[in-house]
Ligand binder design. Structure first.
Ligand code: SAH
Ligand code: SF4
Length: 457
């Protein structure tokens, strides 16, 4: 969501004559877009902002703005604590940003704007940020009404509000015209898209997006298990552009923790949804978020989480140690878990998940996967070409969102650009977080793999 917002920030500032520069030292204006989801993210933001003080001393005309969730949460306090910051703007002030920047540039004033607006902000269609992008995010709704006990989002992003389907479709059509082939639809809880406003359902929106000509793939995030309807599950079977991957955060496997988290589902309901997803779409990749050390989490609760992980066999997991957040009710819950215990539970969870990452990735060795090429790296290729080839290594994703790296015979000479190509690749090796493949039209080459642990049989 922050990536998407950062794109909107650069878009609204372009008409003022600003353009992106690669280094903060070269900038006339620095905008820091912050995240407040966990304590660590907030600390990172403040330590980055702290390092900007030196730049301001060297260049007094430099304008420094702080936006995003930390800005929304802290407001004026940031201006009071850090005299070198000129602007603090909240999550719903993006459309007022150009006016603020103009005012500061002309009058050298300092501004804090954290006003929340009940309506959704629509940006006029504009030029793409980066030409040649293959895959982009598109926000379909903002805010959240779920109030999970640990979460800061409802307080810093405001009430849940959905965009009109027409605006979303037009935005995607515009992106497709610039070469975008894949979109990821974003919302904190996409399953409740449009419900409050009486717009169409999320599944109906997916059907509309599926019809967009020239678009190749659709992804979305995040789904809340309590609202995962059968209609949405069937979309994985019926919509050819919808990728075979769902990110379905479970947070915990213990019903008592889930209840205190205010998640409004049980372990049994979650397992039932997984069962149904796999029946309807057998190849679907399933990923999730888990929090360890929520206040009051006992060894028995944690064992329930490990049990759920064993039962589901996730393709991969994002795991977090619980951290107190301002305003979130759990900050006042008793039974806080010591850091040492949280570290230990996280270690055990990661250890267990490592096995399933490997197992799920290994199952793909020998299969042919269609990938969309979306990047490259110039790092040493693991292929023993003649003369120790070290050239472009391409990377793409499968429909199941797995990263596949490969080299292509034609690109060995460096004269072919594969960005945006859709290529059939035979999976030759599995690693914990990626796969190594060979395009079907390329002869096998011996592998020399360094670094990441390989799971090939
Ligand atoms: N809307 C999404 C989650 C957004 S936040 C959903 O409902 O699933 C992304 C993840 O951060 C959450 O799924 C949760 O696992 C983690 N998270 C949120 N608040 C946290 C906190 N206070 N401490 C630790 N992890 C947290
Ligand atoms: Fe936070 Fe829960 Fe909303 Fe997700 S659904 S953003 S975890 S309050």
């Amino acid at each position: 969501m922050n990536v998407y917002d950062s794109e909107q920030i650069s878009r609204v500032l372009t008409p003022l004559g600003y353009e992106i520069t690669p280094s903060p030292g070269a900038a006339d204006l620095i905008i820091v877009n912050t995240c407040a989801i966990r304590g660590k993210a907030e600390q990172k933001a403040f330590s980055f902002i702290g390092r900007l003080a030196g730049l301001k001393r060297k260049k007094p005309d430099l304008i420094i703005g702080v936006g995003g969730c930390v800005a929304q949460q802290e407001g004026r306090k940031i201006l009071e604590k850090m005299r070198y910051i000129d602007l603090v703007f909240g999550t719903q002030a993006l459309n007022r940003l150009p006016g603020h920047v103009k005012d500061i540039a002309t009058r050298r004033c300092r501004i804090a704007d954290i006003e929340m607006a009940p309506e959704i902000i629509e940006f006029p269609p504009g030029a793409p940020i980066v030409n040649g992008n293959i895959t982009r995010f598109v926000t379909i709704m903002r805010g959240c009404d779920n109030y999970c006990a640990y979460c800061v989002v409802p307080f810093v992003r405001g009430r849940e509000i959905s965009r009109e389907p027409e605006n979303i479709i037009n935005e995607i059509k515009g992106l497709v015209k610039t070469g975008v082939q894949e979109v990821t639809l974003l919302g904190q809880n996409v399953n409740s898209y449009g419900k409050k406003e009486g717009l169409c359902s999320f599944s109906a929106l997916l059907k509309l997006v599926n019809k967009i000509e020239g678009l190749f793939r659709i992804r979305f995030t995040t789904s809340h298990p309590k609202d995962l309807s059968d209609e949405l599950i069937f979309a994985f079977r019926d919509l050819e552009k919808l990728c075979s991957h769902i990110h379905l955060p479970v947070q915990s496997g213990s019903n008592s923790v889930l209840k205190r988290m205010n998640r409004k589902y049980t372990k049994e309901l979650y397992l039932d949804r997984i069962d149904k997803l796999r029946k309807v779409s057998p190849d679907i990749a399933i990923t999730s978020d888990i929090i360890v050390g929520f206040p009051g989490e006992t060894d028995k609760d944690f064992a329930e989480t490990l049990d759920l992980v064993r039962k589901v066999e996730f393709d991969s997991l994002f795991t977090f140690e619980y951290s107190d957040r301002t305003n979130a009710p759990a900050a006042h819950f008793s039974g806080k878990i010591p850091d040492k215990e949280k570290n230990e539970r996280l270690r055990m969870l990661l250890e267990l998940q490592k096995y399933y990452n490997a197992k799920r990735n290994l199952a793909l060795v020998g299969t042919t996967e269609l990938i969309l090429v979306d990047g490259f790296s110039k790092k040493q290729s693991p292929v023993n070409g003649q003369n120790g080839f070290s050239g472009v290594q391409w990377t793409g994703r499968t429909s199941t969102n797995k990263i596949v790296n490969f080299v292509d015979a034609n690109t060995l000479s460096g004269d072919d650009n594969l960005m945006g190509n859709r290529i059939d690749v035979i999976i030759e090796k599995a690693f914990s977080h990626s796969l190594w493949g060979r395009p079907v039209n390329v002869k096998p080459m011996p592998l020399r793999v360094k670094g990441e642990e390989s799971y090939a049989a």
